[in-house]
Design a binder for this molecule. Structure first.
Ligand code: 13P
Ligand code: SF4
Length: 353
């Protein structure tokens, strides 16, 4: 078996050999041993746009999670193949909204007359969702959003319909609604497994936004007490949180935003700046290495790692590349044509907004 150093050297050699026909895209939460091989890096929105813009490479290796690779496959050119280093690299939050459960919610809402027609409800799905959910949204003229355009897309949806159904992430939905000034009583949680999501018909009538009760277990580890403790210890520290963090954290942070937003806030701050960051540990550690002149911390005292993202290990990337070098395509992520067609409507709606 190879040690880590040998694996990294072999990846570099294979990448060089296959460079004419291959591009490696990498999300900011990937570990450094993979990240160093990225041709393109970004948050979910940037990577989706990049995948749509690349046309001259047959193989796109997506170091990220399953839903990101699906979006890349939907947006990429038909001849391109999107490969995921490890098939277990998924997003538990994305799995919290299934088409079956979301369709059931729509049926219940129609049955009690909350909406007379499906068109009265504009669905918005966070990009952290399956292609099938994006297709469900596309078929109902809704939109995808990401952590960098949640507010914009929600504003568009509120202007379009009477109500908005937002899935799967409760917290991105709640933080975006708050930023738009939507009163709390008009934002209602839909609890999976409960009739009418655990709400009364009167409350549902009053609500403008229904939030699916999905969450990211990594970002749920950040607590308001962590913010308060940092502010007590270091009064001039700046707190920046990803919008998947709960509302009570985001509401007392100095700023919030997607991984790209976090990176540019830190990058553009003066030397000596102090930061406590509420997002995945690999990104925070990278920022520390890239900015030794700044005082950068993870907001929480415990490690917050996306363990499913971390299923992609250098050895899996090497295995993909070795196979490609022998003409074998492994771990290709393909979205069925009919689903891809509807899902692309929802993705393109977002890109248009
Ligand atoms: P970004 O779009 O901010 O990169 O977030 C993706 C994600 O999965 C965060 O947990
Ligand atoms: Fe999903 Fe959370 Fe991992 Fe992002 S950090 S991919 S939302 S589990």
């Amino acid at each position: 078996s190879l040690d880590r150093k040998e694996i990294v050297e072999r990846i570099a050699a294979r990448k060089h050999e296959l460079a004419d026909n291959l591009l490696i895209l990498c999300h900011h939460y990937q570990q450094q041993d993979l990240f160093q091989f990225a041709d393109l890096t970004g948050d979910s929105l940037k990577l989706a746009k990049d995948a749509a813009a690349i046309s001259d490479k047959e193989f796109l290796i997506f170091c990220g999670v399953h839903f990101m690779a699906e979006s890349a496959d939907i947006l990429a050119n038909v001849n391109q193949k999107v490969l995921l280093p490890h098939l277990h690299a998924g997003c538990p939050m994305a799995d919290m909204a299934t088409v079956g459960a979301v369709s059931q919610a729509y049926t219940e809402l129609l049955s009690v007359g909350i909406m007379a027609d499906e068109k009265d409800m504009v669905p918005v799905t966070y990009v952290n969702s399956s292609a099938a959910i994006k297709a469900f949204v596309g078929e109902r003229e809704g939109s995808v959003c990401t952590s960098s355009n949640g507010e914009k897309v929600l504003k568009w949806a509120l202007a379009k319909g009477e109500k908005v159904f937002f899935f799967p992430d409760e917290h991105l939905g709640r933080n975006s609604a708050a930023a738009l000034g939507v009163p709390d009583e008009q934002v209602l949680l839909w609890r999976r497994g409960e009739i009418l999501g655990g709400n009364s018909v009167a409350d549902l009538r009053r609500a403008k936004i229904l939030l699916w009760d999905g969450y990211c277990e990594v970002h749920m580890r950040f607590l308001p007490d962590h913010v308060r403790q940092w502010k007590l210890r270091e009064p001039d520290i700046q707190i920046i949180a990803h919008p998947e963090c709960p509302r009570d954290v985001v509401s007392i942070a100095d700023q919030y935003g997607s991984t790209e937003t976090i990176i540019s806030a830190v990058r553009n701050s003066p030397s000596g700046s102090k930061w406590a960051i509420a997002t995945e540990i690999n990104l925070v550690e990278r920022l520390k290495r890239e900015h030794p002149d700044k005082d950068i911390h993870l907001l929480a005292p415990t490690s917050c790692q996306c363990t499913t993202m971390d299923c992609n290990q250098p050895v899996n990337l090497l295995w993909l590349l070795d196979n490609l070098a022998h003409g074998k395509v492994k771990n290709q992520i393909t979205v069925e044509k009919k689903i891809a067609k509807s899902a692309s409507l929802a993705l393109e709606q977002m890109l248009a907004i």
